[in-house]
Design a protein around this ligand. Structure first.
Ligand code: HEC
Length: 142
């Protein structure tokens, strides 16, 4: 809870230089966020994204017979780190159906806190190198 309240403060850092951001080794979430997020993730996301966010269908880049795509891994091995916190939360709220995909929308099903905690969980699986690359791409930009 406490760490989530820090997000607006972290967002203010978006004007910081790349060098300053690189020095930030701390992550935006707390261990408690990760712990709670793991529960949210197991209950709502793991059936498609895998219980360790590793994906379920190995060849997640290949189109399925129905023309849709499998759920990608969220553990840092696919593209999730290309998207800012805000964009990730937007995807979780809207799901994939409006853009021709199959992921259900979680707006109204999960609170903002729960969605951010789920993100904290899968980000906790990212290596420092991936997390730093995400920060450099503007991961915490508003
Ligand atoms: C019914 C299966 C299903 C469930 C449940 C599901 N997803 Fe997804 N998710 C997908 C699919 C499939 C995609 C790819 C876009 C599409 O086809 O909708 C996706 C895409 C995503 C992306 C974008 C990944 C990227 O690399 O850009 C994120 C983030 C994500 N899901 C997070 C979650 C979270 C968090 C939950 C649980 C709260 C969740 N998903 C639940 C199937 C699912």
């Amino acid at each position: 809870m406490k760490a989530l309240l820090l997000i607006p403060a972290l967002l203010l850092l978006s004007s910081a230089t790349h060098a300053q951001i690189e020095q930030m080794n701390e992550r935006w979430y707390s261990n408690q966020d990760v712990h709670k997020g793991e529960k949210v993730f197991q209950q709502n996301c793991a059936s498609c994204h895998g219980n360790k966010a590793q994906g379920v269908i190995k060849d997640w880049r290949a189109e399925l017979p129905n023309g849709k795509y499998p759920a990608p891994p969220l553990n840092g091995s696919a593209h999730a780190w290309h998207h800012s916190l805000k964009a990730l939360d937007g995807t979780i709220q809207r799901g994939g159906i409006p853009i021709g995909g199959t992921m259900p929308a979680f707006k109204g099903k999960l609170t903002r806190h729960e969605r951010l905690q789920a993100i904290a969980y899968f980000q906790s699986l990212w290596s420092d190198r991936i997390y730093q690359a995400w920060l450099k791409r503007g991961g915490l930009k508003p």
